[in-house]
Every structure is written in C-alpha cells, then in structure tokens.
Design a binder for this molecule. Structure first.
Ligand code: GCU
Length: 424
C-alpha cells in the first residue's frame, strides 16, 4: 500500500515538474527486479568465465557505455607528454619522494592537462603499490606542505572550503587532509597519486549537457550523440592517463595500482575500473546513485535526481530512465561485476541515506555470482555487515559509522583490503 502511495506521489510530482522527496524509509521501497548478470540479453546463460569474457562482459560494458556513462571517445593521445615539474627526494621530513608531474594531454603546456601529485615511501626498496584517486579542490588541499603551488584550475569547494568562482586559494591549503592520510599510507608502504578533478574538466552544469568546456580533453573528441561521454567519462579517462604515467615510473608497481574515489569521484573510480583493466583493485566510498548503489531500488537519490540536477555527468541517454528505472537494462551490481575477478571494495557511511548504504551493499552481494564464476568466493556472508566490521575477500563491503565522508576508519579498511591482495 505504502509503495502504491509512493508511486502516486512520484507520478504527481513528475506531472508538476517537482523532484520527488527521496525515500529514506526502508518500508517504502517499491518492489523491484534486478537483471541477472549471468544471463545474456538473448537469454543465454553464462556458465563459464570464457562466455562471460567473450559475450556477457562486452554486452554489459556496451550497455553501461551507451545508456549510462557514454562512449569514451578518446584513447591515449599520441601527442600526450609527461613533464616532471618537480622531484623532491626528501619530502615530508624525508619519509617520501614527492613528484609533481604535468600530464599534457595534447602535448602542449597551454592545452588540456592535469598535474599529478605523487608520493612514494622512501623506506621501501623496490617497487611500491599505489593508491590513485582524484581530489575535489586541488592538490594543495590534500596536504599542509607550504611549498605546493595553489593551482589555477576550477575546483569544487567541498566541505565548506570557501572560494570565489571556484578558484582555489591559499586558505584552502590542507583543508581536506583528513581525506588524504598520506603519512599513514606511506608508513604502510603505499605510494599515493592524486590530481584535481576540476583540472581535467570543471564540474559545471551546461546545456547541452554533453558540451565540453574550454580546455577539456573532450574538445579533442567532442560528444556528438546521447550515447557519448559525460563528465564522469572524462574524469575516468583522466584516471587512465594518470595510470599511463605511473606505468613508466621505475619505483611504481603498475600491476598494483588501486583506483579509488569518494562520492561523484567514487562513481568515476568504478567506471574507470570497469573500462580499464589495468587497474588492479577498485574502491568506491559513498558513491551512491550512478555509482555502487542499485538504481532500481529507488532509495535516496534516484536516476531522476541525477538526470535533473547533474545531467552532464552522464550520457544523454540516461534521461530515458528517469522515473523509468525498471526499464534500465542493467543495474549497478553489474557495474561492479565488470571489474571481476579483480578485487573490489565498496564503503558507505551508516547515516549517508542519500547514497543508500544498503543499496550499495546489495549491489556487492548481487555481484557475487560473477566472482564465483572465476572460482573465487563472492561476498562472504548473506547479511549487510555491522558497522566497523571488515569482511575479507575479493569482493567486500565496509560500513563506517557516520555520514558522507572518507575518514581514517575508511582508509584503515582500504589498506587492510589492499594488503590482502597486494601483499598476501
Ligand atoms: C551530490 C550528488 C551525488 C554525489 C554527491 C557528491 O549529492 O547528488 O550523486 O555523489 O553530490 O559527489 O558529493
């Protein structure tokens, strides 16, 4: 009954053009059906890893591409160049080597680019595994080190970091260091690499939603159809270009690069990991709708919210499923499945209802059959883990007490997970 009322309310709000109030009460979730990752669209069951790789995985990748994130229209540009702008052998009191690397997508200093900030632990000899993720407000917000330049690119202004016109300022230095516990990661033998997502492409609403902004790599390959890339696709492409650099650094173990991201950047990390199989491990934190959370569950943020408020993040085609989630040919457990059999960890905060922690867990749970197909255990258990309980395995879910954030507790789970797979 409750769900009928809810559907009526949704229909009314659609008619009035008002966004529906997100569901935050479990008893109000309407019934839904998930597609089976192990059944092809033509009904063929997927009984072997070979059929998965040859038929079902390409089919799902195409569906996510065309219906959700859009075609990534650019590969690695032939003209792309890396410029090491700085290499400090004894940064952070001697604990790390710090690099600032300009990744010039079109080969020119005045063209589209991003600056990758890299730290490598000095106490480890040999190659190190690396955590790679984008940041919201510029590299200087991730650390208090005074000699890191304040960037000139667009930045978001996360967690009250005040800026005018989205221009980073000196006052933002170190404001997001809790999201980036460099000392902790370096001590544990990990390298870290990050870049400001707004340098790849600003996170600004635009019409048409597929339009590239000046100096975006998308100007090299503009979207021309509603199946072409949105901004998440561009940011994910940037992560692959960062990996191109990490691959050539002699101290990086490029076979052990974990791509991770928080919130919209969690959606981005999952999409990057799904497309680029060089990423050895993938982690999303509070990625929510369009990330790890199931779309058909209609809890918290929905496709309608996304395509109304943030249409430019996705392929134009996603709008077809606004209030029509049952018609989506995929759901987000299948996005996770595209990463199989590589390790995946999804984390949520207990009170982050907008991102739907339970929908994120269910996505992990329902992706399990694909890991099993490869002879691995899927998610170990049948229930959502209690807060703060770490569940080992190749496919894992971690629930942290608290809201929309990434805290040291998330990082401790992330390091534990990476240790399991990178340092067995
Ligand atoms: C908004 C958006 C979410 C997104 C979040 C974030 O809340 O609706 O989909 O994950 O921003 O990136 O912080």
């Amino acid at each position: 009954m409750k769900s009928v009322l809810l559907l009526l309310a949704a229909a009314l709000s659609t008619a009035r053009g008002v966004l529906p109030t997100p569901i935050s009460d479990e008893t109000m979730v309407p019934p839904y059906q998930l597609p089976d990752p192990l059944v092809c669209q033509d009904g063929t069951p997927v009984q072997t890893a070979e059929i998965w790789r040859a038929k079902r995985r390409p089919e799902l990748l195409r569906l996510f591409t065309e219906e959700m994130y859009g075609r990534t229209l650019l590969g690695r540009p032939d003209t792309m160049r890396f410029v090491v702008r700085e290499e400090l052998p004894a940064a952070r009191g001697g604990a790390a080597t710090r690099l600032r690397v300009g990744i010039l997508f079109a080969g020119t200093e005045d063209g589209p680019q991003m600056e990758l900030l890299v730290y490598l632990p000095n106490h480890v000899t040999g190659k190190v595994p690396v955590f790679l993720g984008l940041n919201f407000d510029g590299n200087h917000t991730t650390t208090t080190e005074p000699d890191l330049p304040v960037p000139g690119h667009w930045a978001m202004g996360l967690f009250g970091n005040k800026m005018e016109n989205h221009r980073p300022k000196e006052s933002g230095r170190g404001v997001h260091q809790h999201l980036w516990p460099y000392a902790y990661l370096l001590e544990h033998g990990y390298g870290v690499a990050t870049a400001g997502y707004g340098e790849i492409e600003p996170d600004e609403k635009r019409e048409p939603s597929s339009a590239a902004l000046p100096n975006s790599p998308r100007t090299l390959a503009p979207a021309a159809s509603p199946a072409d890339w949105g901004t998440i696709g561009v940011w994910a492409w940037g992560l692959s270009r960062a990996l191109d650099y990490l691959e050539i650094h002699p101290r990086v173990d490029a076979k052990k690069v974990a791509v991770h991201g928080f919130s919209r950047l969690g959606k981005t990390a999952l999409w990057a990991g799904a497309q680029d199989e060089r990423f050895a491990l993938v982690i999303s934190n509070g990625s929510g709708c369009g990330g790890a959370a199931l779309s058909k569950r209609i809890f918290g943020e929905t496709v309608r919210h996304l395509t109304t408020n943030l249409p430019y993040w996705f392929a134009g085609n996603l709008a077809k499923y606004s209030d029509h989630e049952p018609e989506l040919p995929v759901d987000q457990h299948e996005l996770l499945a595209l990463i199989a059999p590589r390790p995946v960890l999804v984390t949520s905060g207990t009170t982050d209802t907008w991102a739907d922690p339970k929908g994120e867990f269910l996505s992990v749970f329902h992706a399990s059959p694909v890991w099993k197909l490869f002879g691995h255990q899927g998610f170990q258990g049948t229930e959502m883990p209690a807060p703060s309980v770490f569940v080992p395995g190749r496919l894992s879910y971690f629930l942290r007490p608290g809201g929309h954030d990434v805290t040291l507790e998330d990082w401790q789970a992330m390091v534990r997970f990476a240790d399991l797979h990178f340092k067995p």
